[in-house]
Design a protein around this ligand. Structure first.
Ligand code: XMP
Length: 526
């Protein structure tokens, strides 16, 4: 295991991902974790991440007491990156000072030591471009450490003490702006630390199935709410493989789904994946509660509340049928959610293993006291897709754009029941998405959808004036949905789509394109 101690750098998760991409299992925990939590994981390599702090600041985060003794006694290799390097230098008796010149962005570094370990194969004077982002810098190294590379300004860029197995980089090898960074990580892990590759998604699957089988007793039953998204589908498929039809899934049609969504996802669940799913058509119930409601937050709350009541009824029906309560609940929680919701050990708060409000179903039965199964909680999104592929989830399904829990309600500003807004929106959205697929650009886009604009404008269609609705098209690129850029379509594509929408969807005479990024806008309109 390669363990990453997180000191708050925006790149920490990237280190974890880069190492996993070398087929090495890596985990990231808080940089202030107790010695016990570190030793329990028994890592062979520990990477101290970068971070926004100064090692001199009061309360600057640090590894626990006894850490240095532990790694030296057990032959654990340590690599400090940026703040991590400064921690090593300071804690082992060197000196870190506020840098005279702060180094941010692209820099050139130069190898200054022959026969070094970190830069083995390179010669003194060899240069490379790296990405730096630091204010403080190491000015005096602890005894036994040597400088192996410097920046052009003379700052320390890389240090090592092979005898004690400590290494440090002032730059970020994990970002693509350090073009030789990945090669260095590979060399460090394989050649210096002697780590062997072998972490495969097939092994993850087998291991998870074993864990689930061990956890769920022969009389236990498990429930799962499927949203139609990738995470809940992969999680359910994995659990189904482990315990068969003691898994009971529910898919709710809330009346706010896309064109033919229910048929499409149910087809995948039943025909492709053989999942035991109950499809509940609750559209009347949802829409009657939403009728006339215009406040976006109220709309979300109503949808969340209805989900809970339907899920509650499903769980109670199941209890009646089985003669006992279901014991477990499957959630498609991913690793980034886990990292974000885990408070640093020692903070007095416990890990977030209470049921948190589900992204897509809005909430969960209150009185069922279900235990959680979160089989994806150590995986990143792309790894979940890879696991899905191994589980035979259709590739097209795995590549679906995200769809929000409140569905089309957040794409109809105001009352979702106004006129035939839902019907119009479904048709427009389908034309837009199909055109994107036909143009072969679906996978370049994070999310694309249509929005119903609750205004009527004048048009002329055939020989007649019309007074019909306008719609907006939105497509964005993004890494994680937190920030987004609008997607640059070719003009011809837009022209074709707009023409097709106005020609085939009754009640629409105007098509607009949303050209705002996030921020200042959000991806959804409500
Ligand atoms: P925004 O609109 O906040 O959306 O920029 C960011 C991402 O989150 C999705 N989204 C939601 N997903 N329940 C969800 O499951 C919600 O209430 C919700 N609101 C927004 C949105 O589609 C985008 O991918």
């Amino acid at each position: 295991l390669v363990l990453i101690l997180d000191y708050g750098s925006q790149y920490t998760h990237l280190i974890t991902r880069r190492i996993r991409s070398l087929s090495i299992f890596s985990l990231c925990i808080s940089g202030t974790s107790s010695l016990k939590s570190i030793t329990e994981l028994n890592p062979s390599v520990i990477i101290l991440s970068g971070g926004p702090h100064s090692v001199h600041a009061a309360g600057a985060p640090c590894f626990p007491d006894g850490f240095v003794e532990y790694v030296e006694k057990n032959g654990v290799f340590v690599l400090g990156i940026c703040y991590g390097l400064q921690l090593i230098v300071q804690k082992l008796g060197g000196e870190v000072a506020v840098g005279e010149k702060q180094e941010y962005g692209r820099m050139v570094i130069e190898v200054v030591k022959d026969c070094g370990w970190l830069f083995r194969g390179k010669k003194v004077g060899d240069k490379q471009v790296v990405w730096m982002s630091h204010g403080d810098e190491a000015v005096k190294l602890p005894v036994g450490f040597e400088v192996v590379a410097r920046s052009e300004e003379g700052g320390i860029a890389a240090v090592e003490n092979p005898r004690r197995r400590f290494y440090g980089l002032q730059y970020h090898p994990e970002v693509t702006h350090s073009p030789e960074g990945m090669e260095l990580l590979r060399h460090f892990l394989f050649d210096i630390c002697g780590v062997t590759a072998g972490w495969k998604m097939e092994d993850v699957m087998e291991e998870e199935i074993k864990v689930i089988k061990g956890m769920v007793g022969p009389d236990d039953h498990v429930i799962c709410a499927l949203s139609g998204g990738v995470d809940s589908t992969v999680a359910a498929t994995l659990v189904h493989k482990a315990i068969g039809d003691r898994l009971h899934c529910i898919f709710v049609d809330n009346g706010l789904l896309r064109y033919k969504e229910q048929e499409r996802v149910m087809g995948t669940f039943e025909t492709d994946l053989h999942l035991p799913v109950t499809c509940v058509d609750a559209s009347v119930q949802f829409l009657s509660e939403l009728k006339g409601v215009t406040d976006p937050e109220k709309k979300r709350k109503i949808i969340g509340k209805e989900f809970i009541s339907i899920f509650d009824a499903f769980a109670h029906d199941l209890e009646k049928k089985l003669g006992k309560k279901p014991t477990y609940l499957v959630q498609g929680t991913l690793y980034p959610d886990v990292i974000e919701s885990c408070p640093p050990p020692g903070s007095g708060r416990t890990h977030s293993h209470t049921i948190k409000s589900h992204h897509n179903v809005g909430g969960l039965p209150k009185d069922m006291k279900l235990k959680l199964i979160e089989p994806l909680k150590l995986l990143f999104k792309d790894e979940v897709r890879e696991l899905g592929r191994i589980l035979d989830v259709p590739v097209a399904f795995l590549k679906r754009h995200p769809f929000p829990g409140p569905g089309l309600a957040v794409r109809i500003p105001g009352d979702v029941c106004q006129g035939n807004a839902l019907d119009v929106l479904r048709q427009v959205d389908e034309i837009f998405i199909q055109a994107i697929k036909d143009a072969g650009i679906y996978d370049e886009i994070w999310q694309a959808f249509a929005v119903y604009l609750p205004i009527k404008t004048t048009g002329v269609q055939g020989d007649q004036r019309t007074h019909s609705n306008a719609v907006a098209l939105r497509a964005v690129t993004s890494q994680d949905g937190m920030t987004a850029d609008w997607y640059y379509f070719e003009h011809k594509f837009l022209d074709d789509v707009a023409r097709k929408i106005c020609n085939s969807v009754r009640g629409v005479n105007r098509v607009c394109l949303d050209i705002t990024s996030k921020p200042p806008s959000t991806i959804e309109w409500e």
